[in-house]
Design a protein around this ligand. Structure first.
Ligand code: ADP
Ligand code: ZN
Length: 835
């Protein structure tokens, strides 16, 4: 970053170099030389086009400008600059650096995740002829060569290099671009193709002259359709009151609503009364934004808001523990308004799935066009628009999924993480394996911003921070309005099985309550955390179970598609007609998933209008939204689903929730199982009775004595927390210890095992054997043809220099990888703070 230099040390003090972050997993930044023509423009944060290795051309981010040539290689010239002003700012650099170091990956990997691909150019970027080219430029021979080839097919940067037999092709392509003869494919597909709407307005001179205006009215007296349009225009825009309104015009489709005639409007345009023009608009619809009538915070909400603002004075982070339906969103809204009024930017993080729903439209109504939405289902175009919109100041408030921590904020005042306990904030794969909540905390720190974490079921770690005084702690323990928390009851499935009152997987009690609910014209949610029809097939003759060929898991039976599917690698095969092992035709589905519940329910309760919501039914962009809408409008009245139905949904008429197979969630072999179970069971229960009517929840279990279930029934978060915390302390888990999970992968089982053992032998003596656990074989020890072995590093929160330990782990891993050619396929994956 420093532009200072030392004349004595460098012979040619004029030469500028840059260190860049390449979108590659390289441990070091790479240095390029800056061509003289760019020396005035060069600065940190610009995107540059560089060549890396023999063939590859890619977009890099300039991280530092200096005068130090690299010591061991000759720096190549960078080929081009893509920006005039920075795409990445200094806050982001700091964050990227922190993430790379904390999550044990490279800055290139962070950058790759951070920057929307619409802002990247790679060797794969395609060049095509510009269909709209109409110039008559002279082309150089090399340019003509490219154009001729483009007549046949689109070319990548690599193709062009091969075609011309040289690497420095960028100036040629740039010249073709400048002449408008070609376009970069990404530019056509993604970059800056803004959304345009067609608008009309009155010709300026008509408004300027009263006489002219009256004349036109007179002329139109007999032309009713045209007159109607003119009157409608005046009414909608109120131009008589304020002439300036005319400049804003009106969208054609709005003017033409209510059977106004399109041909009449065309005539008006033809006769120079109206003019037609295009306006670039944001992709995030701005029309229909009526200012909602003010919502007033309830007494409790107001108190919570005041307490949070109070806690901001002395603490940077505050946990808002607000029960389901307490109206946290309204509290957030007030905090956001407050921060925006103070002139700073605001980020609200939401779990992936919550973003497509009700909360977004609620916030949009309040914040309108200031608000940008950053969602992984959005096109690259939309992501680039948000990125640029933050830089330009158009968006001061962003609501987004985990990757929005990467956005180019330069003045964050407030970060809110809703549903902070959600494990989907953690990215498992690929690197960076980061936790968006923890990253948001760091982001907040860099900006000196305040951070609010909100949840009805806080993570044990956050609750610990809040109740030990490190963070502020605010409670909201009443539901909004008249609503009360639902009544939760357990159903003993063992007993029902004994008395043969179960119908398939439905207990008689559950079916009765569900029937009652539907008879009352109310709605129900059924939760089973397993998709597909049955988790596996089993041959009744020889007990054979079909397994995935690439993973050590059984294949899930999906009835609707007639397939067996691997939920780990996506492998599918047709449903076998007979057992592959013994040939008998007695393959029987065992266990149950959402598909089976849906199917059985249609049989048992024909009056139920069932919709299923899981990964399989929500793959299309709008599927999720449609399911929600159908349920909201009453078209359907039972929603059967996986985790998806537990998150943030807010429906008036849901009075019953049924939970299947809670036991499997509780007994999942992981130290977070109890926490997860408490959260998911409380959250799904929280969907019931969110308005006047008190809701009811039934949990089916084979063991009604479980402590955790009784904590859920009593809405006893505190009780759950105290017991769980004691366990965590006893067995050295977070929040007392930090965990780094190391997974060794290799196509050969014994090599993975051998490597892991050798690695542990290197680590244990230095770290102490109490801190190094394993190697152990995970429950699923083979995925996509790779065998997995886990090692867990447990580190005390204090007394340990984390950075040193991480470097130590990485150094020994790379040394070991190089020590034996048998290890050439081994992959070592570090997961810091696994969720
Ligand atoms: P939470 O996220 O805490 O579970 P929500 O924010 O979804 O709760 O609020 C629950 C319901 O109560 C929503 O339908 C919301 O519109 C309504 N609500 C909350 N606060 C208010 C208020 N002050 N005025 C009117 N309606 C409110
Ligand atoms: Zn598989």
């Amino acid at each position: 970053m420093s532009l200072e230099f030392n004349n004595e040390e460098y012979q040619n003090e004029q030469t500028l170099f840059v260190d860049v972050i390449l979108p590659l997993p390289l441990p070091l930044l790479y240095t390029y030389r800056v061509p003289r023509e760019f020396s005035d423009k060069i600065k940190q944060g610009l995107r540059a086009v560089v060549q890396f290795g023999k063939k590859r051309v890619m977009t890099a981010i300039i991280a530092a400008v200096h005068h130090n040539p690299p010591k061991i290689y000759e720096a190549k010239y960078l080929l081009d600059l893509l920006d005039e002003s920075p795409t990445v700012n200094s806050f982001q650099f700091r964050l990227f650096e922190w993430m790379a170091s904390y999550y044990m990956c490279t800055q290139g990997e962070v950058m790759n995740a951070a920057i929307p691909s619409g802002l990247k150019l790679s060797s794969e970027s395609k060049i095509q002829l510009n269909p709209e080219y109409s110039g008559n430029y002279e082309f150089a021979a090399s340019e003509q060569l490219i154009l001729d080839e483009l007549q046949k097919k689109n070319l990548s940067y690599n193709d062009v290099m091969i075609l011309l037999g040289k690497k420095a092709i960028h100036p040629i392509i740039k010249s073709l671009l400048a002449k408008g003869a070609v376009i970069l494919f990404e530019e056509l597909k993604d970059k800056y193709s803004p959304k345009v709407i067609s608008k009309v307005r009155l010709r300026e001179e008509i408004l300027e002259s009263k006489a002219l205006f009256e004349e036109i009215f007179h002329k139109l007296e007999k032309k009713e359709k045209q007159l109607n349009i003119l009157l409608r225009y005046m009414q909608l825009t109120q131009v008589q009151k304020d002439k300036n309104n005319n400049r804003l015009g009106i969208a054609k489709n709005i003017l033409l609503k209510e059977d106004a005639s399109a041909s009449a409007l065309s005539t008006l345009i033809k006769n120079n009364i109206f003019e037609e023009y295009d306006q670039v608009i944001s992709r995030f619809a701005e029309n229909n934004l009526k200012a909602e009538q003010e919502i007033k915070l309830s007494g409790e909400q107001l108190k919570a808001k005041e307490e949070i603002l109070e806690s901001f004075k002395i603490k940077d982070v505050t946990l808002l523990h607000g029960i389901t339906g307490s109206g946290k969103t309204e509290v957030y809204i007030e905090l956001i308004k407050h921060a925006l009024q103070g002139g700073s930017q605001v980020l609200l993080l939401l779990p992936e799935i919550a973003l497509t729903t009700q909360i977004v439209s609620r916030l949009h109504k309040v914040f309108g066009s200031k608000m940008g939405i950053y969602h992984s289902k959005f096109s690259d175009n939309e992501r680039v628009e948000v990125w640029r919109g933050i830089i330009s100041g158009k968006f001061s408030f962003i609501i987004g999924v985990r990757s929005s921590v990467f956005l180019p904020f330069d003045n964050l005042g407030l970060v809110i993480v809703d549903e902070e306990h959600e494990s989907s904030y953690k990215q498992y794969d690929p690197t960076p394996r980061y936790h968006a909540r923890d990253t948001a905390l760091m982001l907040g720190r860099f900006h000196h911003a305040k951070v609010v974490l909100g949840s009805a079921t806080p993570s044990v770690e956050s609750y610990y921070q809040a109740t030990t005084g490190k963070w502020g702690f605010v409670k909201l323990d009443k539901r909004f309005g008249e609503a009360q928390l639902p009544e939760i009851l357990l159903v003993d499935t063992l007993r029902e099985k004994k008395f043969k009152t179960m119908r398939h997987d439905f207990s008689s009690v559950l079916l009765e309550d569900l029937t009652l609910c539907l008879d009352n014209n109310e709605q129900a949610i059924l939760f089973q955390n397993r998709r597909g029809y049955a988790p596996y097939l089993n041959c009744e003759e020889c007990a054979y179970i079909p397994k995935c060929t690439a993973c050590s898991v059984s294949l899930t039976y999906h009835m609707h598609s007639g397939e067996l599917r691997c939920h780990y690698c996506g492998f599918t095969e047709k449903l076998p007609q007979k057992c592959d092992a013994c040939g008998a035709t007695k393959m029987k589905p065992v266990g149950f998933g959402t598909e089976k519940l849906e199917d059985d329910l249609k049989l048992f309760l024909p009056q139920a209008r069932v919709q299923r919501m899981d990964l399989d039914t929500t793959r299309n962009k709008n599927a999720y939204q449609n399911i929600i809408q159908d349920f909201e409008s009453g078209k359907t009245n039972v929603l059967v689903g996986t985790q998806m139905v537990t998150k943030g949904l807010d429906f008036d008429k849901v009075t019953f929730v049924g939970i299947f197979d809670a036991d499997r969630i509780i007994h999942f072999p992981d130290f977070r199982a109890a926490e997860r179970a408490f959260q998911v069971l409380s959250q799904v229960s929280g969907r019931a009775g969110r308005r006047g009517q008190k809701g009811k929840v039934l949990i089916q279990t084979a063991n009604t004595n479980q402590n955790l279930l009784h904590q859920v029934i009593k809405h006893d978060y505190e009780g759950f927390y105290q017991l769980e915390l004691a366990e965590r302390e006893k067995f050295n888990y977070p929040p007392f210890y930090r965990i780094i999970k190391i997974t060794v992968k290799d196509p050969e089982k014994n090599i993975a095992q051998e490597f892991a053992e050798a690695y542990v032998k290197l680590l244990a003596p230095e770290l102490g054997s109490k801190r190094v656990l394993g190697p152990e074989t995970p429950l699923i020890d083979r995925i996509r043809n790779n065998y997995l072995v886990d090692i867990f590093i447990k580190l005390e929160k204090d007394k340990i220099n984390l950075t040193t330990v991480k470097e130590f782990l990485q150094r020994h891993s790379s040394n070991l990888l190089q020590s034996d050619k048998n290890y050439r396929n081994v992959h070592v994956v570090f997961d810091v703070d696994p969720a």
